[in-house]
Design a binder for this molecule. Structure first.
Ligand code: ADP
Ligand code: MG
Length: 653
């Protein structure tokens, strides 16, 4: 003989209240066969609901045995219990416990989602059940728009959608008027006639008389268990054999549950729009600042590298001093013209120029400007790749003859001759107290080192040395390496030549590659540093997300209880809340990236010196970070939700 559907043996359930142990069930033994219609009656507090919760695998007994289909329920893990609730039990509660955010059809379909029924199939099933219960015109209504009787019928449809063998109804008519109550009882009768086992808990003998068997509880003990004389003759016409689980495993069902979880997350966020937005604000600001800092770093780096490239790719600069940034470099006077001459002999030198610098005032008539004065050789312009707007460069003659010839740059032209229409060529400019004739004007440099607005004038270095500095040492020697000679080889030769001429190594060489590398690593390090600070705001945002998710979980404990009662696994609950957290972060991230791009666009249209550069990498990185933050900070609240005790959660409804 097959085992009875339900077999209880000396079942106890004790509650701790104020330290004392209260026995809600004090040793219940009974069996219920498949296809029975049983009423459990008793006064309030007699233990009926406690018994029902244990029968429905929502609660566990303190001691004693509960066998369902021959399996000991206490040996099952939470997910196996959830599977039993999903596949074999259908709950009908006194207060319906429908989810307010879902319409009637959505509520009915919910258990089928967890059972992995395909969307089309479960919509069909829900339609069929709603029609059978006379609710078709109400399928789109939310619970709040339905009467009590209608809500209870929706909850019956929900209990039936997975084809439950056992319907557990706890005071199903307790909140209904007598007409609706009668309707519900008629439906339960029908369900029983289909061969399902129906167990009704009630304190109302009028309701109990609809059952075929009446079990009476008093203070947690069965005091009577008898067939109902009024209904005993008409047993179930068919007896449904309990089915094996029909869980549809695989990706389809998992993807479907994921989609439902996503939908629920969106519904929940929509229900608390302002709160969701304020939570996102942390993510928005954090993501926007990280993306902007990255763009700023990239922009600055590109600008500086462009400046370096404008020096020419293959130039070396020799400076006096020990190394870049030697504070004494300005006072070291060991680099002299002879060095430049010696270097000029080298075959790989395509151009070489000594340079000296000073600052001075430029004056034309009553117009004055402070300017950088560069004393240069005739090859300077070739070494630097400078282009002329008009006139000519300084030539070897002017260098040799200490000529008072000047090439001015575009800034100087604007400062001195800005208001004039004619060409400045041939005009005389007072550089300090030295009158110089303008022979050339350089083209405006798009990006040059120190490509600032400082007016610059180029004079023969001989002139600057004799008339301004009264000193024969050089600030630097710039040389262009001929194509085909590697920079490193040139650098070695330059070092050798100069070491032979100098008693100690009192010079250093910068090549543009070195500068580029230094700039790259410096700006990267700086960007990383600022970005790390910006990441802190992301963490603060994440903590905000965690905070709100904890609130959200505690607000929705009842919903979680209902979901567990209809068979949601722990993983389903975890997933639902995790998705909500990730969604908040992702949408926040999206808005943050949008904000950053908007800011960048505005900045770029106003800034002339450099622009923010948004790389796809930084944007993708922002999204990945936002998602990770959602997962990390959403996990704890979601896990709390999934670990809730179903009965405790339901009692909050
Ligand atoms: P009924 O449904 O028959 O009204 P219950 O099963 O709800 O009765 O309760 C049976 C007894 O167990 C009552 O004395 C009640 O106070 C106690 N009880 C029920 N739930 C709890 C709980 N969570 N904690 C402490 N005591 C409880
Ligand atoms: Mg009760």
């Amino acid at each position: 003989m097959s085992p009875p559907l339900i077999a209880l043996d000396n079942l106890r359930r004790d509650y701790d209240s104020d330290g004392a142990s209260v026995a809600a069930l004090a040793g219940v033994s009974l069996t219920i066969a498949a296809g029975e219609m049983v009423a459990i009656v008793g006064a309030s507090g007699s233990g009926k609901s406690t018994l029902m919760n244990i029968l429905g695998c929502l609660d566990r007994p303190t001691s004693g045995s509960y066998r369902i289909l021959g399996r000991e329920a206490s040996a099952l893990d939470p997910d196996e219990l959830a599977a039993l609730r999903r596949e074999h039990f259908g709950f009908i509660f006194q207060r319906y416990h429908l989810l307010g955010e879902l319409n009637a059809a959505g509520n009915v379909e919910m258990p089928a989602v967890y059972a992995g029924v395909s969307p089309r199939r479960r919509a069909e099933k829900a339609d069929g059940l709603l029609e059978r219960l006379g609710l078709t015109p109400r399928a789109d209504h939310r619970p709040g728009q339905l009467s009590g009787g209608q809500q209870q019928r929706v909850s019956i449809a929900r209990a039936l959608i997975n084809g439950a063998d056992v319907i557990l109804a706890d005071e199903p008519t307790g909140a209904l008027d007598s007409r609706s109550g009668e309707e519900v009882l008629r439906i339960l009768d029908e369900i029983h006639a289909e061969g399902r086992t129906v167990i009704i808990v009630t304190h109302d003998m009028a309701v109990a008389r609809r059952a075929r068997r009446i079990i009476e509880l008093r203070d947690g003990i069965v005091v009577s268990d008898r067939p109902n004389p009024e209904r005993a003759r008409g047993g179930a016409t068919v007896t449904r054999a309990p089915r094996p689980p029909t869980d549809r495993p695989g990706w389809g069902a998992a993807a479907d549950r994921l989609r439902e979880a996503l939908r629920m997350a969106l519904l929940a966020m929509n229900a608390h729009r302002l709160r969701a937005f304020l939570t996102m604000l942390g993510m928005i600001i954090g993501v926007a600042s990280v993306v902007c800092v990255a763009a700023l770093g990239a922009g600055v780096q590109e600008k500086v590298l462009a400046d370096i490239n404008s020096l020419g790719t293959n130039t070396l600069e020799v400076f006096p001093g020990k190394d870049f940034g030697d504070v004494r470099a300005g006072r070291i006077k060991t680099l002299v013209l002879g060095d430049a001459r010696a270097l000029a002999q080298q075959p790989f030198v395509a151009g070489i120029t000594p340079t000296v610098t000073t600052t001075s005032t430029l004056r034309v008539g009553s117009t004055e400007a402070n300017a950088q004065v560069n004393g240069v050789g005739e090859q300077y312009f070739r070494v630097r790749g400078t282009q002329l707007a008009e006139g000519a460069f300084l030539d070897a003659d002017s260098i040799r003859s200490y000529a008072q010839d000047a090439v001015i740059d575009d800034n100087a032209r604007k400062a001195l001759f800005g208001g004039e229409a004619g060409s400045p060529i041939g005009r005389v400019v007072l550089v300090g107290r030295v009158p110089c004739r303008v022979v050339g004007v350089t083209r405006q440099q798009q990006s040059g080192f120190g490509g600032s607005a400082v007016p610059t004038v180029y004079l023969p270095y001989t002139t600057v040395q004799s008339r301004f500095l009264r000193d024969m040492s050089l600030r630097s020697i710039s040389l262009r390496v001929a194509d085909g000679t590697p920079t490193s080889v040139a650098e070695q030769t330059v070092t050798r030549v100069l070491t032979e001429r100098h008693p100690t190594k009192d010079f250093f060489i910068l090549n543009t590659d070195d500068i580029r590398r230094t700039v790259e690593s410096t700006t990267s390090a700086l960007t990383l540093c600022i970005a790390a600070i910006a990441v802190i705001s992301l963490l603060v945002g994440g903590i905000g997300v965690m905070n709100i998710m904890l609130v959200s979980v505690s607000e929705r404990i009842a919903e979680i209880g209902v979901r567990m009662a209809v068979g949601a696994r722990r993983a389903d609950i975890l997933q639902q809340f995790l998705i909500e957290a990730v969604l908040v972060c992702l949408i926040g991230g999206l808005l943050g990236v949008g904000l950053a791009l908007g800011f960048g666009l505005t900045f770029n249209s106003f800034s002339t010196s450099f622009s923010l550069i948004f790389t796809p990498g930084s944007i993708v990185g922002a999204f990945v970070t936002a998602t990770l933050i959602g997962i990390v900070f959403g996990y704890m609240p979601a896990r709390n939700a999934s670990r809730l005790d179903p009965v405790a959660a339901l009692s909050r409804a």
